[in-house]
Design a protein around this ligand. Structure first.
Ligand code: SF4
Length: 680
């Protein structure tokens, strides 16, 4: 390592549990190496392969370098234009639409989790500053689980994941940390060294399952029945925590009657595919081992039964008295981003000019249904909907109906390819930011380590120059404070309360290393739940009022005309469609479909065959990889790759999501397909 380099602190801004601290080495203005920040107390100096590949990501020859204009849209005929030209085209269109319709409602944006830095909410801030426009509500990832936890606990509060090291039993329901949350393994392993058992309950034999003491292969979306079956056994064996139930739960009578009358172990066995012996073994572990940490993975709630799956696991955690206990509890999502004012995200629109809202999970349909005025211009940032959204055929229709599509990205994604204007974005090493994770309790600052490559600009800088142009052409059009610097915006995030909980005198102290939130007391240790009853609710009147079952139930899966359930988990080398352009992460062929030998034989399919996969949403081809570990009736394709599996997804709603996110989640794990061997 040369001695004449500069060191910066960065953060991996991906939609990932770990939000790793990074140390960047810069020589002569070039990022020459990244490594984990040893001062980050959770990620402790280590990154995953995606993190270590950042130098290749930043200097990829595929990076977008300049603003580009395509005509006609989708033709592949691009011309380089200047930023001035690009901004002028956009500003002219915004002002023309405003004149045509008398408002800005014809402008829509679609942004989500490509970069979770707080300053990337400049996109939302920029649109809010224009007053009325068309924006998204809802959550594409977590909505059903949020509601389930909210109904039962009254609030979403995650225990400190570092406390898992003090668990005696860790039950991982549908998560695969060996690939998607690698730093949690050290806490799981610390517990194991002290004698804890690890159980993985998953439809797929994942790398995490391979390391577990017990792997329970469950049929997809039947977790609620397993959890309720375990409760039934514990009730019969008088192994529930009766003190906790008596003092701190609401609705035990109707809940226990329901479990007694409606849940039988033979039903659990038939529906989940788990033997009675294993169901009793799980009950024995739950009944005898405390504290027990329960981790609910996000995939488990992406189902028409997703909220119910989560509520049933909540109930199991409650009746075993594992709530409010160090090393125990329910792990799902840590809401620390909400401690921050998120000034850009929450930049207000004037009271009389509020945005209209469309559902992010039904975006194309919702936008196409709008009139008075229809949407005519779309701005896409931190997202690649033509790879990661659903109802892609409707997206094509939507794009055809628009007059201007602008995409801000680092790479020519599928969405960028279908845009009129593509604006090159900075990587996380080329701008300042603040990053707070949604899993662990640590906070870190992201420093600008290198100058933006080529002509790339950050979302915040783009918001500044576009606003300036709009106001130049139409004075007072936007109230976005474009004179504020990155540091000003960072400063706004550090309210006295935030400084206090992170033990900071000022935010600049983060340049010396990340800090942990001091508010990491054990959630619900005081047993004061935030439900209306003040208790942990096994029976939720709020759920009933919202036309949901008051008690967590198991709903039969939908009968589909297609026979194979499609699961699309994250691969260790991808986050959704990100990193497709990084050769170091392309050691494996991505466009494969994994299938059980028996299902393949029935269809005359062999290893390496190219198959056509289809359902009512669309069709695509992939190569077959046979695996005895894939359950019968299930096929698996990772996210990412050139042929997005979301071509087969449609907007099947999950059972919950309205309460906390304003729209129902997506049941993408309840999508079914059929496969046929392609004739050469
Ligand atoms: S993708 Fe996740 S684990 Fe990998 S470097 Fe980024 S935050 Fe860390």
């Amino acid at each position: 390592m040369p001695t004449d380099y500069k060191i910066f602190r960065n953060v991996c801004p991906r939609n990932c549990y770990d939000t790793c601290g990074i140390i960047s080495y810069v020589k002569n203005g070039e990022l020459i190496k990244v490594e984990g920040d040893p001062k980050h107390g959770y990620t402790k100096g280590r990154l995953c392969a995606k993190g270590y590949a950042y130098t290749q990501y930043v200097y990829s020859p595929d990076r977008l370098r300049y603003p580009l204009r395509q005509y006609p849209r989708g033709s592949g005929t691009w011309e380089r234009i200047s930023w001035e030209q690009a901004i002028e085209i956009i500003a002219d269109k915004i002002l023309e639409l405003n004149k045509r319709y008398g408002s800005n409602l014809a402008l829509a944006h679609n942004k989500f989790s490509g970069n979770l830095g707080l300053l990337h909410y400049a996109v939302e801030g920029m649109f809010n500053s224009m007053g009325e426009h068309t924006k998204t509500i809802g959550n594409a990832c977590l909505a059903a689980g949020f509601d389930a936890i909210s109904y039962d606990f009254g609030d979403n509060i995650n225990p400190d994941p570092e406390d898992m090291a003090d668990s005696k039993l860790i039950v991982i329901w549908g998560a695969n940390p060996a690939w998607t949350a690698i730093h949690q393994l050290s806490h799981i392993n610390a517990a194991r060294e002290k004698g804890a058992k690890v159980v993985v309950i998953d439809p797929l034999y994942t790398p995490t399952a391979a390391k577990a003491d017990i792997f329970v292969q469950i049929r997809p979306s039947t977790d609620s029945l397993l959890a309720l079956g375990i409760v039934k056994i514990l009730m019969e064996q008088d192994k529930c925590d009766n003190d906790f139930i008596r003092d701190h739960t609401w609705g035990w009578e109707p809940f226990s009657s329901y479990v007694k009358e409606k849940i039988s172990i033979s039903l659990v066995r038939e529906v989940t595919g788990i033997t009675e012996e294993v169901i009793f073994e799980l009950a024995s572990l739950y009944g005898s081992t405390k504290p027990c940490a329960n981790w609910v993975g996000f995939g488990l709630q992406r189902s028409m039964n997703g909220g119910q799956n989560t509520r049933a696991i909540n109930a199991l955690v409650g009746v075993t008295g594992n709530i409010g206990r160090k090393g125990g509890g329910l792990y799902y999502f840590n809401p620390t981003p909400n401690y921050f004012p998120q000034s850009l995200l929450n930049h207000p629109s004037p009271e009389s000019r509020q945005p209209r809202e469309v559902d992010i999970n039904r975006f194309a349909d919702d936008i196409l249904s709008l009139a008075n005025p229809p949407v005519k211009m779309l701005w896409v940032a931190s997202r690649n909907p033509l790879s990661q959204d659903q109802n892609l055929a409707r997206w094509q229709e939507l794009l055809e109906s628009l007059e201007l599509v602008v995409t801000v990205d680092l790479f020519m994604t599928r969405t960028a390819e279908m845009s009129d204007l593509v604006l090159p974005a900075t990587s996380t090493f080329e701008n300042d930011d603040v990053n707070v994770g949604y899993w662990h309790y640590w906070l870190a600052i992201n420093q600008k380590a290198i100058e933006p490559l080529y002509e790339a600009k950050s979302d915040l800088e783009i918001a500044r120059i576009l606003t300036r142009k709009l106001n130049e052409l139409s004075p007072g059009f936007s109230d976005f404070p474009y004179e504020l610097t990155d540091e000003d915006w960072i400063s706004k995030e550090f309210t006295p309360k935030v400084l206090e909980i992170y033990g900071l005198a000022n935010w600049e102290e983060l340049k010396d290393g990340p800090r942990k939130c001091s508010g990491n007391k054990i959630p619900w240790e005081d047993r004061r739940f935030k439900t209306k009853t003040g208790k942990f609710e096994l029976y939720s009147r709020d759920a009933k009022e919202n036309e949901l079952p008051a008690i967590s139930t198991y709903n039969q899966p939908r009968n589909d005309i297609y026979p194979l359930r499609l699961l699309s988990p994250q691969h260790r080398n991808r986050l959704h469609s990100q990193y497709d352009f990084v050769p170091w992460l392309n050691d494996e062929h991505f466009d494969i479909l994994k299938m059980n030998q028996k299902d393949a034989r029935q269809r005359g399919i062999e290893e390496g065959d190219t198959v056509c996969i289809y359902n009512e949403a669309g069709l695509l081809s992939k190569k077959i990889k046979l695996s005895p570990y894939i359950p019968l009736g299930v096929v698996v394709a990772s996210q990412g790759g050139l042929k997005p599996i979301n071509s087969l997804m449609f907007d099947l709603p999950a059972d919950m999501g309205m309460k906390e996110s304003g729209s129902r989640g997506l049941a993408i794990n309840d999508v079914y397909v059929e496969c046929k061997k392609q004739v050469k």
